[in-house]
Ligand binder design. Sequence first.
Ligand code: URA
Length: 198
Amino acid sequence: MPSGMSFTQKQRALIELSNRADGCIDCQLHQERSSVVFGQGTAEARVLVVGEAPGKNEDLQGIPFVGRSGKLLRQAFSAVGLSEQFVYITNVVKCRPPDNRNPRPPELAACRYYLDRQLELIDPEIILSLGNFALRYFLGESHKISTARGQSYQFDKFKLIPTYHPSYLLYSHNPEINSRFQADLRLAVEHLEERSAR
Ligand code: URA
């Protein structure tokens, strides 16, 4: 927890940050958004899940991962016994890129403030990053999800577990990719269990 902040203070600070994001015009993505998709979960989450950017459904509803890849993600959490009450879900970019194109460097840079601050306030035990954009946010541009996944990394004081983006699972239809994804989620659950047992 950021030094000296109670849960209520952290929760309030997250709401203030979300209100600030609602008015953000720091990059061009604000021009076409219906809503800012700030995040879902509470300030006491143990796992911060970080995707890429909102899609069409997320933009309309203002909630991350409500489309097909979100359904897959939530089913996978349930399959490995990861309760959603432990999870805060967000993205590296909080506004939808038009036509679901990749976020561009100035957009990633403009949005960095929000994810950095979410990380600081939530202070999770684990960061679960989904796909290349989230992986590179934490570990840098030279990393690729295909070789980085399957293990954990230290990012500042956090345990980072990178895995595939769920939309890749939908697109690849490959059972091997599915089982690697499940194995990565189990790694996160094992880590939480170890910490609880201490
Ligand atoms: N894909 C993402 O990366 N994030 C969402 O919120 C939805 C789809």
